[in-house]
Write a protein that binds this ligand. Sequence first.
Ligand code: CMC
Length: 433
Amino acid sequence: MTSKTVTLTDNATGKVIELPVHQGSHGPDCIDIRTLYKELGYFTYDPGFMSTASCSSAVTFIDGDEGTLLYRGYPIEQLAEQSTYLEVCYLLLNGDLPSSDELHNFSRIIKEHSMMHEAVRGFYDGFRHDAHPMAIMVGVVGALSAFYHDATDVHNPVHRKIAAHRLISKMPTIAAWSYKYANGQPFMYPKNRLSYTGNFLAMMFGVPTSTYEPDPIFVRALDLILILHADHEQNASTSTVRLSGSSEANPFAAISAGIASLWGPLHGGANEKVVMMLEDIVHSGKTVEEFVGRAKDKDDSFRLMGFGHRVYKNYDPRAKIIREMTHKLLAEIGGGEHDPLFEVALKLEKIALEDDYFVERKLYPNVDFYSGIILRAMGIPLNMFTVIFALARTVGWISHWNEMMQDPESRIGRPRQLYIGSKTRNYIPIEDR
Ligand code: CMC
């Protein structure tokens, strides 16, 4: 925080006020407008939060112009190369990298919580056989609040920590079971001898009749995907978790609200839509140029899925890492280098990046553009892509929720509005209308 201020003159009344300006460790300064309504009687108008910081946070920083992403100050490139998902979880939750003892202890705790109350299994039977796994995720994660409501005092830091551990730990089990349910296969229980990511793959692809050992190449690839999706500051789903949690709601219910928000195609649901779009291009017999033309046509609602971002006006650093990794993984699994979807994706990216429409609007590939190709190469079905995003993002959501719960400036979220409805009018009895 600084002593910098901004002076605001109301031209209508001549009243002048001074507003404090807060300075963060990185990023633009923020004008503190909390007293604006009291002083001048105005609200601010900012649909979609184009210029509004809804909170202060020390978790993640994005520089959208530079294409930089930091978790607790550490560049995503370094974490992707040198860390593991569980270590990143510790970092996001606690603020610093763990010592080896701390990491060992954290991993043990996460493993200990991976089983679910047996009654949770019953929830799955209530869903239609063809339910989208994200619908199941919203329901089952929300249902956890029925199991841990009385045991969760949101003002107690120890309770909050236990809720965080439970969520991170149970998410792979919940996610894998949503897949098993849709496929009519027996649910597999977690195996604590496996790594966090290996365990998830074993619960998804293992069956009771044979032994399944997760392929280390896939384990590393998926771990990297989880690291890259672990947090992304105040995006729609994180802001949803914060807003719903601001009423002191149960954290499992607040995370379920975040999952619902993530599912949308403009947010996490885009990874599924990207692969659908690429398949469409491959099978349509049309050229990539024709699809790019449609994306530019204002009379066509078609958009290039996996392109553009509210914050990044440069290449999304996560997309860069995933593109590199896709090359490697496809080569490692043999023959995959010639995956027609990957070839179309590379062509699409090249054409779009040279096209004036995309250049002028600074539309670059985002994290979802390549992640679907890699998940598909690992044999993960399309409708599980956003589930994997939700699994990874759980630590981000719960870290933000925890930060908000201990922030003395935090209050129940209550946006204002510009009312444009009818002025006051009198009720007319139905027989007189
Ligand atoms: N294809 C074609 N045109 C686009 C695209 C696109 N993918 N994205 C933005 N534009 C155009 C848009 O039509 C607008 O043009 P104009 O100024 O002429 O009206 C301009 O670019 C600005 O777009 P916007 O919709 O005002 O930007 P926004 O910040 O509100 O939306 C976005 C960001 C990510 C929702 C949007 O770029 C989009 O719909 N992208 C496709 C969906 C997608 O890939 N989502 C994943 C986002 S990253 C991961 C995550 O958040 O989970």
